[in-house]
Design a protein around this ligand. Structure first.
Ligand SMILES: N[C@@H](CCC(=O)N[C@@H](CS)C(=O)NCC(=O)O)C(=O)O
Length: 231
């Protein structure tokens, strides 16, 4: 008899870290269900799932909980090795983890700030997006974040050794915040990286989260809060 493994992925679909775990699960062709979890509502239940109060959290069929997108992806790779999403060569693997780190830190900070300026700050402050402020932020921070990626961008969909995997999933998951903000990356200024990003974000695995992303973005845009889980 075939055993169907069901996971539950907790977290708002606007989060680049939830998106990373989502795309990873899809690329592995694993069955999962998605449940909203507001990262800003530090309820007792949430903190008992992850004491850091951060999303995503992956729940296994027996109730076991795993937090942190990098830990989740590494765990899934180990128990479902095929298709492999990490390079086998040690140097390539280190390089892939480096791009994952770059995506999870600097790139996410820059892209998330733009998402906040367009989607969350206006509804919370009652003032429209200050485009002058956004432009100043972009002028100051985009070259530092994207010039390097423009130099590194591959012709295909794999930034490490031309093989698609964790590095590509992580980078695209962060940059997707700009699309959701309604302020996509300037394709004329960073054409190679943008082409590569488009190839990754148009994979079926990444497209499968779009409805949830748009729903969560709309809830944030109209309420200033994350979507709530309805049991
Ligand atoms: N290193 C963590 C970062 C997770 C993270 O910071 N998630 C954000 C949402 S995008 C969050 O939960 N923020 C809530 C908070 O920090 O209070 C991962 O990779 O999962």
């Amino acid at each position: 008899m075939l055993e169907v493994l069901i996971y539950i992925l907790h977290g708002a679909a606007t989060s680049p870290f939830v998106r990373k775990a989502w795309i990873f699960l899809k690329e592995k062709e694993l069955e999962f269900e998605h449940r909203q979890l507001d990262p800003l509502d530090k309820s007792e239940r949430f903190l008992s799932m992850n004491p850091l109060g951060r999303i995503p959290v992956l729940e296994e069929a027996d109730g076991n909980l795993i937090s942190d997108s990098s830990v989740i992806c590494d765990y899934l790779e180990n128990i479902h090795p095929s298709p492999s999403l990490y390079p086998s060569d040690n140097r390539d693997r280190a390089r892939a983890l480096w791009f994952e780190e770059y995506a999870d830190t600097l790139l996410t900070q820059v892209c998330a700030q733009v998402f906040w300026m367009h989607i969350i700050i206006p509804i919370r402050s009652g003032e429209p997006t200050d485009q002058t402020e956004v432009d100043a932020f972009r002028d100051k921070n985009y070259p530092g974040a994207f010039d390097y990626l423009e130099d590194m961008a591959p012709d295909g969909s794999g930034i490490v050794n031309n093989e698609f995997g964790i590095a590509d999933i992580s980078l695209a998951s962060a940059v997707r915040l700009l699309d959701l903000a309604g302020a996509p990356l300037d394709a004329d200024r960073w054409p190679r990286f943008n082409d590569y990003y488009q190839r990754v974000i148009n994979r079926p695995s990444a497209k499968s989260i779009v409805d949830e992303e748009l729903f969560a973005t709309e809830v944030f845009r109209t309420t200033g809060e994350a979507p709530q889980y309805e049991s």
